[in-house]
Design a protein around this ligand. Sequence first.
Ligand code: GLN
Ligand code: ZN
Length: 761
Amino acid sequence: MKSTVLGYPRIGPGRELKRAVERYWAGELGERELHAEGARLRRTVWEQLRDAGLSEIPSSTFSFYDQVLDTAMLFDAVPERYRRLGRGALDTSFAMARGTAEVAPLEMTKWFDTNYHYVVPEFGPGTAFRLADDAPVREVAEARQLGVTPRPVLLGPVSLLLLGKPETGAGPEFRPLDLLDALLEPYAELLATLADAGVEWVQLDEPTLVADRTETELAAVQRAYDRLGSLSRRPKLVVASYFGDLGDALRVLARTPVDGLALDLVAGERNLTLLTDQGGLGNKTLYAGVVNGRNVWRTDLRATLSRCVPLLGLCRELVVSTSCSLLHVPLDLELELTGAPTGLDPLLRPWLAFARQKVDEVIILARALGEGAAVVGGELSDNDAALRTRRNATWSVVPEVRERLAALRPEDSRRATPHEERARLQRESLGLPELPTTTIGSFPQTKEIRRTRSAFRSGRIEPQEYERRMHAEIDHVLELQRRVGLDVLVHGEPERNDMVQFFAERLVGFASTEHGWVQSYGTRCVRPPIIFGDVHRPEPITVEWTRYAQSRTDRPVKGMLTGPVTMLLWSFVRDDQPHEATARQIALALRDEVADLEAAGIRVIQVDEPALREGLPLRRDQQAGYLGWAVGAFRLATSGVADTTQIHTHMCYSEFGEIVAAIDDLDADVTTVEAARSGMSLVKDLGGYRRQIGPGVYDIHSPRVPDVAEIVAQLRQVIEVVGPHRVWVNPDCGLKTRGYAEVEPALRNMVVAAKQLRARV
Ligand code: GLN
Ligand code: ZN
């Protein structure tokens, strides 16, 4: 019985990839040295997988920046403006990913519902595909030197086109998918070369097929795989899907002459029904994605084994696999056990499996299926014992939290008075002008602030000294806001490293890792917290900082919290209870924080939910269920306040068309959103939104200072749609990545613009 994984982390145990690429960008490392480091990292992965005993090892899962970008480059889909720079392949790809002094980068967007981001390729009627490189073939040769004949992994032609977008000027009729037939030619050429190189299997990833697809798109899938499947010179082809079930595409693919399908049997449980309904895959190979590639929990091996047995009858050959690439989990739990003492509780460790451990799980399952459970009896018993410690743990269960949740009544998630009435009361009690001005929370995080935080963490300065310096920073930020004339002030968030990690470190039920890095995009990696147990708040988190700020000014200071949905989606979430239950526990902890802020005299409280939209399930029929509990959690966190306390929320995107009803349903008094960066495109969606809105009037991702006239013009567009009484004036997002040199003039212009408009309405 064969075992495999659909992909593996490429950043290295010490984020070597990040360091090497950044040194290359800084001119400290040559191109040849960078390639050598890439080769070394690939070799390390292959050796690790080979020595673990995995029977099929993937290749071409490495990338210096992003695999979608690499695939576009492989087939020469380089927009003219980057080609014109006249650089070599590597620098052209970095120019596309990051931009240069002359050209802006390609857009980057989320990879399905993960926290990975890919570079969005552009296609136009003039895109001429050709096989521009032989990187996949070279990688095969590299792996061969280690005694491994790998299975090259390529993004499939349909997904490459569907993930891309039409280039500017492509014309309204043009769809990237129109290019499919032309794109199939270089794919065919590459497959022939790989066959000549002795490759047995090639994996073509088509993750776009787990979302709803039109008949035209399904017909394209059929055409693509009929064509590639009937090539005379090709390796065996497995079409891989992940992050959900294939829906109608399963039937379509099953009819094509490809040799195997990889199905996600974790996120795509429905795949099993689809498979059974159509009587199995016939003589195709089934890559059964039974080990979860998206979370960090140890697999229940015996339960998984019994789920695998019936699969044997549904295909010619079964390969035990992960549900998706392991790119989305940290590399190796062992790293937490060695080196510096880490924050990961020893009691928690036996419950976890990172990428390296998941490889072992796949291998154990394959052996048990092929040779009988007895040959891995020891491993299965170990697994039983570890899972038992998790099931029977009392230290992660907090009965008070469960009792409190069970006792909640519907009115606990509902504010007593309708929004219009609250708005009137708040206007009076806060004494705000029309078009009130505010910011999103953070102010520039200077080197000095970071240094102070790290000195405090490592015990190099005393708590009193830390507090003194943070207070000085808060005073400085308040003084700036007073100087430019803002109406609702913030304390600036100097104490926060990251909006999720900061709260995770202060809530019971969340754990942090020391080495649990996961690639977010390019060289950027994050360490998501792990939610392992019942969540509660042992003590107030932000109250003292906010109270201090409020004590220094007569203007309202806005309290600043990260919302329950964002806390959940940007963490690894426990899998032993529904997400809704976990979200409600976090919401309850935040509800206490909101109450304490209110009791400390804070009259405006912002609960950020930048992740709300990205949690939306890929299939439309599952979206209402998600939005129901997500909105419920936000309301539970925020509904306990008096009518005169104003709740704000913030989101970092403007395309809220599809979720505008849900945003309205949050019942926040004010929603601030990104808008300037996307040219006030939100205006078209505001019809369904009845509460107050703060469209971002300048892009905080750029150092550019917007002038007064342009801010006025943007605000006018919004006022035209919703009238002057519901509009707030604020930047697109927090200011933490900016410098003071830009922040002060930009905010000043923003306030001047608001004042000019006030005089006229
Ligand atoms: N309050 C946060 C800040 O200003 C919001 C960050 C975000 O929306 N991503 O930094
Ligand atoms: Zn934001």
